[in-house]
Write a protein that binds this ligand. Sequence first.
Ligand SMILES: [Zn+2]
Length: 335
Amino acid sequence: MTGNANSWKACRLARLGFLNAACLLVCVLATPATRAWGCKGHQTVALIAEKHLIPEARQLVEKLLGENPIDPKLKRWCGNATNDLLVDASTWPDDVRNERHNSTWHYIDIPRGKHKGLLAEYCGTDGCVTRAIEELRVILKDKSTEPLKRAEALRYLIHFVGDLHQPLHAINNGDNGGNCVPVKYFHHEPLLNPLHPEREDYSPNLHQIWDTEIVERDMEVSNPHRYADELDEKFRTESAVWEASGIHVDNWAWEVHERAETEVYDAFPEKIGIEPDVKPTACSDNNHIGKRMLEKHLAVGEAYQNRAAKAVEMGIAEAGIRLAMILNDAAKTNP
Ligand SMILES: [Zn+2]
């Protein structure tokens, strides 16, 4: 479903507030290359969380999602052939991000090179993933809020806790969260988007491979159900530690940010310097970041993949456990 390595990341450009007829056309024609963890990553996060829900949370989720279903007319990128309400919810926010103009809620642009401190300054006026999670938790807990709104808050939470654990959703290096960093992925050379060559958009790029390709290659012949079982088992010891540490969304963002520094950027043998703290509207901005990064000839093969897969597995497992913590907490405060 997301296997077309040459598909373009126009949907991701919603990150830039870029939404015009050309983008719409490309979004319709292309597979959703960059949708944060792709379908399977988000679904795995939901399935891990499900294993850790207390009965009250399970009930709350079933009731809210069951009684307030997703519009059956909505086009679902990841398909709608599932009876699992959490799995179905996990990909919904990407299906509505353009019409709801809330694409900034899916990430936080912490500039590369920053270390722990207040996050507020990196959360723009349109919001960011950490603030969205905090606000949505309040809505979910508030019994007086109308059920549809609470159901949507729940769907967003299921997705955003996943997004927050994709390393490139917690960092920006003047490269639009890695979207402007062309990479060769195994034998796939980065190709320029022929529809808008002047924008210097390439595919595959760093953001895209971390969303989808690295995860799916690591899954091999597995599916989200089996992958969730495997990761849940593999991180059993760590899970207890994550659970004991409590809900600290900002700390989670910093952890993921640090992971992006070491496992995404520093893992290349070629040095990728720290760029100015800017948010390009196209990859031709920031002094042609797209072309400059292309000239580094970054290539992902077995070594990078294996190291990245470890980070991906940990991030997905953490997201699943932490999502369950948030839902359990909501159910406890609101039986
Ligand atoms: Zn997302």
